[in-house]
Design a binder for this molecule. Structure first.
Ligand code: AMP
Length: 376
């Protein structure tokens, strides 16, 4: 995808607005909020340094949390500003874009206010580019605009999987709801050789085979579609399940009950929360054969340590593979990080929602805005 780039701009004495995604974790340290993971800030430094070296004055803007159009002290960018001042003291950081209702409403006047006195705009916020928000959509209509290097690289990496993958290309799609992820499974059935489906979304697929799923997550509206996808022969679903009886507590702090191995069928009044041993073996073998891997979404309720095993096995299989591996989605990345495997994959996508939408639709509103800019 051809995106306008900032390389040829004459930036001497000019002001550049950079839309970043500094929506980073913070925690209270010595009585005040501090950034606990500054990876996203450090990732923007090469761009900031390049713009500054070329004579620009740089102002950055980000969303942070969900203040929903109100000024909420807790979501002030103050802690991010403090950390940024240590990393790039020349860069100014505007207050949280979402303090203004115009941001999420894609309000033109708010977008205009963002570029008042600004000569150039750069979108370096891949993780926000699937949202038609003012800071993403309006500046490209008003000033010369371009894609930042990280955004461009991320788009390139994800699209290259879809256009020219080394085969076999194995995709792993997990997550809770079949309604959220069926679109991407449909696209991947076309593009990949095998699509492994796990997590809560898998039970609707299992149900189409006449298997019982107890009280596991299920959506009858998608039965037919899931059946059609299975009939392609490209979709691999779990062979067996582990879980609990209804009412047994489940969650990040675990619970007292031992998980039950259900095999292929889950009895009434029981719920599946992870894949079983046969599925682990099948998923591992399938992933081991891949030369290209895309993984999005956990294959179980991995936040509960009793149901981490399936997702951990997928994470290890992806990490030990020598295939080109791209992992997207907050939960999959969190699982990788928890296992210390983040550095073992080829590419970790910074935007869960954005990477899913880019795979599904081949484009994002924020990318379209850059390409359709009258200055492009
Ligand atoms: P999503 O937000 O759709 O990517 O789904 C991620 C969530 O799905 C995680 O919080 C997982 O705990 C949850 N999940 C995965 N498998 C299951 C399952 N079998 N039952 C309930 N929740 C699940």
């Amino acid at each position: 995808m051809e995106l306008p780039r900032p390389e040829r701009w004459d930036l001497a004495g000019k002001r550049a607005l950079v839309r970043v995604d500094f929506n980073v974790p913070v925690a209270t340290v010595d009585g005040r909020l501090e950034v606990t993971d500054d990876f996203r800030l450090r990732a923007a430094l090469p761009l900031f340094r390049d713009l500054i070296a070329r004579g620009a004055q740089v102002v950055a803007a980000t969303h942070f949390g969900r203040p929903k159009g109100h000024v909420v002290e807790e979501y002030s960018v103050a802690p991010i500003r403090r950390r940024l001042a240590e990393l790039a003291p020349e860069v100014e950081l505007m207050e949280n874009l979402r303090f203004h209702p115009g941001e999420e409403a894609n309000d033109r006047a708010f977008g205009e206010s963002l570029v008042a006195g600004v000569d150039y705009y750069i979108n370096e916020a891949f993780g926000a580019s699937h949202r038609a928000h003012a800071s993403i959509m309006i500046p490209p209509t008003l000033v010369p605009s371009a894609a930042g290097p990280n955004l461009a690289h991320e788009v390139e990496t994800i699209l290259s999987l879809l256009t020219n993958p080394q085969r076999p290309f194995v995709a792993i799609v997990g997550g809770a709801k079949v309604a959220d992820k069926l679109g991407i499974v449909k696209v991947l059935v076309d593009k990949a050789d095998t699509v492994i489906v796990g997590g809560g979304m898998a039970y609707t697929f299992e149900a189409t085979q006449g298997r019982t799923i107890g009280s596991s997550l299920f959506n009858a509206d998608y039965l037919e579609e899931c059946g059609r996808l299975l009939a392609t022969g490209k979709v691999v679903i779990p062979l067996d399940t582990r879980g609990l009886a209804d009412g047994d507590p489940v969650g990040p702090s675990g619970g007292a009950s031992e998980p039950i191995d259900f095999g292929a069928n889950i009895p009434n009044h029981h719920e599946g929360f992870d894949i079983g041993a046969k599925s682990v073996a099948l998923f591992e073998e399938t992933i081991a054969r891949a030369r290209t891997i895309l993984w999005n979404g956990p294959v179980g309720f991995f936040e509960d340590p009793r149901f981490l095993a399936g997702t951990a096995a997928v994470a290890r299989a992806v990490a030990t593979s020598s295939a080109l591996s791209v992992v997207g989605g907050g939960d999959s990345v969190a699982a990788l990080r928890q296992l210390g495997l983040e550095g073992e994959v080829s590419f970790v996508s910074t935007g869960g929602g954005a990477s899913l939408e880019l795979v599904e639709f081949g484009d994002l509103p924020g990318l379209r805005a850059l390409r359709e800019s009258p200055f492009a």
